[in-house]
Design a protein around this ligand. Sequence first.
Ligand code: HEC
Ligand code: HEC
Length: 293
Amino acid sequence: MAVEERDPVTGRETTGHEWNGIKELDTPVPRGVLIFLVVTHIWAVAWWFFAPTWPLGSTYTKGLLGIDQRTTVEENLVRAQQARSVWTTRLETEPYETILADQQLMGIVRSTGHQLFGDNCAACHGVDGSGRAGYPDLTDDDWIWGGEPEAIEQTMRVGINTRHPDSRIGQMPAFGRDGILEREHVSNVASYVYSLSNPEYSTPENRERIEAGRTVFADNCAACHGDDATGNREVGAPNLADNRWVYGGDLQTIINSVHGGREGHMPTWDERLSNLDIRTLSLYVYDLGIVGR
Ligand code: HEC
Ligand code: HEC
């Protein structure tokens, strides 16, 4: 083994080993790396004593600091629950009026309500609650069954046209299909209803048919929808004069509603959602209605 042989090109010492005529320069580990290695080894050994480290079959070395991730998580959970229970209790017990006046609490209602709504209601009413044909818009402050939080809560609890003993029942008879009205009467009354929110439709050539429809309406529809067609929440008959529609407000869709009848189904939530969730959603939906006001 040749000692202190220098490489003629770099002037550095070689290791003295030779492999197939190639010699290796003797490059020591940089000091920084060496220090790093020493420090991390000391740190590791120290850590063995302080923190839980070595598995010993069914148990493990616990360490002097008593660190335990499980207790930490449990403590955090208890703390979060305590923080949460302050507002969950308020949401469950305080009158709606009080909660609505509390902007901080309403902030919580909006964020947790949005989540709940997305999980349970959005499939039918849309992510933003604006509905689609057959599923009412919950943001427009036009309510079939009532838009106060108490009314919304009741709608959610018993559902609409469900088997719940207290279910809200709203049935629009199939005037055409069941032969209650002749085809011409169906068409006339639909024209009348259409003209209520489309005044430009009342042209001289349509006037006769609209007037005929007005009579049909008074005789057959006013009992549920009201003399002025503004609806009746007792029987879930929607306002027909405000140009806001569940099924659609074009002439043909109105004819379809009158011909075939309508019976929307809204599930009950009494057993599927907790009291807290139902109250949160009632406030959330009420709040959506205010935004649309
Ligand atoms: C399976 C579809 C469906 C789901 C899911 C659903 N709804 Fe409904 N909802 C309806 C239908 C259909 C109506 C209208 C029924 C009618 O024609 O009277 C309705 C009506 C309502 C009304 C009454 C609106 C008014 O104008 O009075 C409220 C309030 C309401 N839903 C809230 C909710 C909430 C909150 C959820 C989520 C917990 C939800 N809905 C989930 C189908 C659904
Ligand atoms: C027994 C009560 C009752 C009578 C009578 C009645 N309706 Fe209805 N009508 C309802 C109910 C309830 C609904 C809502 C059904 C639903 O949403 O599922 C409705 C819905 C409608 C709709 C759909 C509204 C929309 O937003 O899309 C139209 C249109 C309508 N009725 C027109 C009439 C006309 C015209 C007559 C008379 C020929 C009439 N109704 C008679 C109860 C009635």
